[in-house]
Design a protein around this ligand. Structure first.
Ligand code: DGT
Ligand code: CA
Ligand code: CA
Ligand code: ZN
Length: 570
């Protein structure tokens, strides 16, 4: 659904018009449109298609046309023109807390402020106090807002930026004179949130690469462009740092800029102990470079095997490498299926047949349909009658489509008193039972842990879905006692999920590692609600790798028959 993103555009259009001092009636009309669309319970695209959109009070023919334009082309000309009609820096000012369009319009008009830097100058010079309606208190508030804006974490989720990051890499690979391009930094370590994207290009002709980079489609602003490095801002306020490095020192540069900083500190220490010096240009003995072209060569010269980027967090990986005890990490190729997918029978968008075809295209041998259950009204949870019908539909799809098996399943609600939303008799007939908490998030640790524990004690529950309930950047985990959950998972033979949906990544790497240490098994599910989300299996696998996970602790690596046997055995 594009409702939210469209609402944001109209909100921003209203703000721009207000900055320009356009008449209040127009401004308010766009604010209203934004609210209406943001609150719509149905997909705006459906309403535009059926023409019903203009029946909504507050949406006229003009707006309907703009909506149709957006749905077709991904842009609204009116908005693009409005954006061009004011200095770019003013749009950034809208993100400063406590600074509204009226004040921005005022400082622009009267003080010629066009950017955050300009506003800070005006504040320093005290000129701002001469403006009508501007008192000491108000100035203080603006100053506070700027500090808050400048110190906000600004981290985005890995899944939100990874497609962009990979496109940039592919784009730069086409530049002449480039031998290779790689992600570096937290993106290459697949951290769950990313501060900025780091890219390394290997080339002897840096100027051409810098030019290609700063001129890429999607670049909103060039923040810096030097002879071997540059930074740009791309959509979504994400910064991308590029460094161009000669191929001879590719490996050393890759190691340095992949980090993490703590991991690098350990490696430099190790080099020193051997009388060597490690920096981004290579590994040196005196002035002589003894390694640097590839990461493998640098590691080897340090007496280490290759340490996968996901492990480079200084969490014992250097010690493990020295002792030859690095885990043989699971890989994407080991994955045989997805164990948590929604269909349009509950709150997903795809039919079961569409899910089956798309999962097959992902290379899966099986995919399980895990729709919500009756208590979860907002997600159109299935009644017992509906799931009976769904079982028949799954059988039909399995007859029709070869090369993949659709497993029957559910994401059964763990009710607030710990009971499950479906009777055991029904659960017993399903292949893959995921049980999840979707209510009572504020309960005490004892209660919420108790609910999950009793779900695991049910012999039909195969997997606990998103065990902590956190949503990256928006919702903290519930007060669950994870150690206890992991212990009971191990005792009862219940798997714990890596929910690979990009806003969840729950369990995260650290928790996965602990769960396996305590004897638990892991299952990856993408929790896809749309077939365009099945790729997030990649995020799940990288998260598993950050949790030092090997093939044998992951259900998704089993063949279909081994999986069913294993699940039936609990
Ligand atoms: P982020 O961007 O906050 O998600 O995290 P990173 O790890 O991508 O950090 P970033 O972008 O500041 O730097 C990329 C890598 O470059 C970092 O992982 C290690 C290396 N690096 C950057 N600055 C330093 C430094 O001052 N010392 C060392 N040893 N390495 C650095
Ligand atoms: Ca970074
Ligand atoms: Ca960076
Ligand atoms: Zn769920």
């Amino acid at each position: 659904m594009k409702n939210r993103e469209i609402a944001t555009i109209f909100e921003s259009l209203a703000d721009i018009l207000e900055i320009k001092g356009e008449n209040a009636f127009r401004v308010n009309a766009y604010h209203r449109v934004s609210r209406i669309i943001g609150d719509l319970p149905t997909d705006v695209a459906d309403l535009v298609e059926s023409g019903e959109i203009t029946e909504i009070a507050g949406i006229g023919a003009g707006t309907a046309g703009q909506l149709a334009e957006y749905l077709e082309t991904g842009r609204i000309t009116r908005y693009e023109e409005a954006k061009k009609s004011i200095p770019k820096g003013l749009i950034e000012l809208l993100s400063v807390p406590g600074l509204g369009p009226k004040t921005i319009g005022l400082v622009w008009n009267d003080l010629n402020v066009k950017s955050l830097a300009g506003l800070k100058r005006a504040l320093r010079g005290g000129k701002i106090l001469d403006l009508p309606g501007m008192g000491k208190k108000k100035v203080e508030n603006i100053q506070k807002g700027i500090s808050a804006y400048e110190s906000r974490s600004g981290r985005l989720t890995l899944g939100a930026i990874l497609p962009t990051a990979e496109e940039i890499v592919e784009y730069l690979k086409e530049t002449t004179g480039v031998s290779d391009v790689s992600l570096a930094g937290s993106t290459r370590r697949y951290r769950e949130t990313i501060g900025d994207i780091d890219v390394l290009a290997f080339s002897r002709k840096p100027a051409a690469v810098i030019e290609a980079f700063t001129g890429m489609p999607g670049v909103k602003e060039v923040l810096a462009a030097g002879t071997t490095k540059a930074s740009v801002r791309v959509s979504g306020a994400m910064q991308v740092d590029l460094r161009v490095v000669p191929p001879d020192s590719a490996g050393a540069a890759l190691m340095y800029f992949t980090g993490s900083k703590d991991h690098n500190v350990r490696l430099r220490g190790l080099a020193q102990e051997k009388g060597l010096k490690l920096n981004e240009y290579g590994l040196f003995k005196g002035d002589r470079r003894v390694a640097g072209k590839t990461e493998e060569a640098v590691f080897r010269r340090l007496g280490l095997p290759f340490i996968p980027p996901e492990l480079r967090e200084d969490r014992g990986e250097v010690e493990a490498a020295l002792e030859g005890e690095l885990p043989d990490l699971v890989e994407r190729e080991d994955i045989r299926g997805d164990l948590h997918v929604h269909s349009n029978w509950s709150d997903g968008y795809a039919t079961i047949e569409e899910v089956a075809r798309a999962a097959k295209a992902q290379g899966h041998q099986y995919v399980s349909i895990n729709d919500h259950t009756r208590s979860l009204g907002i997600a159109h949870g299935l009644s017992i009658e509906r799931i009976e019908k769904q079982l028949k539909e799954i059988a039909k799809v399995n007859k029709k489509i070869k090369g993949i098996t659709v497993l029957s399943g559910t994401e059964v609600d763990i009710l607030s008193d710990g009971r499950l939303d479906f009777p055991d008799k029904l659960l017993a007939r399903l292949d893959v039972v995921v049980a999840s908490v979707h209510s009572g998030f504020a309960q005490s640790s004892d209660r919420i842990t108790g609910r999950i524990v009793s779900a695991m004690e049910n012999p039909h529950v195969d997997i606990i879905g998103h065990p902590t309930g956190r949503l990256l950047g928006t919702r903290e985990p519930y007060a669950v006692d994870l150690e206890r959950v992991m212990e009971v998972a191990a005792e009862t033979g219940t798997a714990l999920e890596i929910n690979a949906y990009y806003e969840r990544l729950d369990l995260n790497g650290v928790n996965v590692r602990r769960a396996v240490e305590l004897g638990a098994t892991i299952a990856i599910g993408t929790d896809s609600h749309h077939i365009d989300q099945l790729w997030m299996m990649d995020l799940g696998v990288h998260t598993a790798r950050r949790g030092w996970l090997t093939k044998k602790s992951l259900l998704n690596t089993l063949t279909k028959s081994a999986l069913l046997k294993r699940l039936g055995r609990k």
